[in-house]
Design a protein around this ligand. Structure first.
Ligand code: NAD
Length: 345
């Protein structure tokens, strides 16, 4: 009889009370799968211990590190399914050497992060934070001083046009904005088909009424939004960062906001998270802040869970899963029984 395919979820999915902190993540699909068992790993440590990795065929990983040490005895492990799209906690070359596939969940984050970006953009343009405060502080009649900016006819500038950037383009199309994107790796034909004009970063910053940062954080994009680029922005323009904090020079942004050289910003991500208590940003009234959770919705939880679990079920059934970060691991003899998917979503 075939051995049970063992799946471990890292323990940080559980709250101190033993609930799944993310809510509904689609575990029923694991429970009802035949020939498969799952549990939460018994270690609650920053790094998945080697003895734990050695006991499973697949791990679904939230924050703990998967290092070379984790994988040193992982003879049966074939999959690390990262719940989310960032994988800086996983040592990819070590996974490849050990014959372990790493998958991520771009299909889970795409819509909720795009909607979060749009929510932040519209909240800025309609001055939701200011208007809330007018009511709470008895300043109802000051409302004429707080006119908003309509998106229609304005220029949306996307810094990065990948998974999430393209989704922002598509869901914001009915707002009637002209769309520009700066992404040296974007497909020009796809951009043209979507009605998005590709341009360089400087032009994006000069022309856009709202800039949404949605590129990957790389050596090339670190502080891509710096004092010089911020100085190119219209005084009426807004900046939204939903991607990663270090893409924006936060000191330069704080100065631009404090001196009201731009109209405002919305930040879901910061150079260091959480920001220090005395961070100058926290005292500004023209910035909207979220604790890297603007996209944290029921849809995100279920989408990430469904995607990660689908990868597990694929590997358990002998299929190559979607959204593999290290396809070169398929050359490892341990993974040679896996067959390519006939349909890749
Ligand atoms: N706030 C959140 O909760 C949250 C959740 C998921 C993802 N993210 C972040 O959102 C961002 C986008 O994620 P994604 O899934 O769309 O990733 P993706 O890899 O699909 O897209 C990233 C895009 O950045 C582009 N890029 C790379 N270098 C660039 C450069 N120099 N200038 C302009 N563009 C450049 C790439 O070509 C790519 O199109 C990432 O930074 C990711 O970490 C944030």
């Amino acid at each position: 009889m075939a051995e049970t395919f063992r799946v471990g979820l890292t323990r940080d999915f559980l709250t101190a009370e033993g609930r799944i902190g993310w809510g509904e993540i689609g575990l029923e699909a694991l429970t009802s799968a035949r020939g498969l068992s799952w549990d939460f790993i018994d270690a609650d440590e920053p790094e998945v211990p080697a003895r734990v990795a050695a006991a499973y065929d697949a791990l679904i990983v939230l924050a703990p590190t998967v290092s070379a040490a984790t994988l040193q005895e992982a003879d049966r492990l074939r999959l690390v399914a990262r719940f989310g799209v960032g994988y800086d906690n996983v040592d990819v070359p070590s996974c490849t050497d050990a014959g372990v596939l790493l998958t991520i969940t771009p299909d889970g984050v795409r819509r909720p992060v795009a909607v979060a970006a749009l929510t932040m953009m519209l909240a800025l343009m309609h001055r939701v934070r200011d208007k809330d405060l007018l009511v709470r502080t008895g300043r109802w009649h000051d409302k004429l001083d707080y006119q908003g900016t309509s998106p229609r006819g304005r220029v949306l500038g996307l810094l990065g046009w990948g998974n999430i950037g393209r989704e922002i383009s598509s869901i914001s199309a009915p707002l009637g904005m002209r769309q520009l994107a700066a992404d040296p790796y974007a497909d020009p034909a796809a951009a043209a088909a979507a009605g998005v004009g590709l341009c360089d970063v400087d032009r994006l910053f000069s022309e856009a009424d709202v800039i949404v940062v949605t590129c990957a954080l790389t050596a090339e994009t670190h502080h891509l939004v710096d004092a010089e680029r911020l100085a190119r922005m219209k005084p009426t323009a807004y900046l939204v960062n939903i991607a990663r904090g270090p893409i924006v020079d936060q000191k330069a942004l704080t100065a631009a906001l404090a001196e009201r050289r731009i109209a405002g910003a919305a930040l879901d991500v910061f150079e260091s998270e959480p920001p220090a208590e005395d961070d100058g940003l926290l005292g500004l009234d023209n910035v909207l802040l979220a604790p890297h959770a603007a996209a944290w919705t029921d849809e995100l939880a279920l989408g990430n869970g469904t995607s990660a679990i689908r990868a597990v079920l694929d590997v358990a059934a002998g299929r190559v899963p979607a959204h593999v970060v290290n396809p070169e691991a398929l050359n490892h003899p341990k993974l040679s029984p896996l067959k390519s998917r006939s349909i890749d979503e």
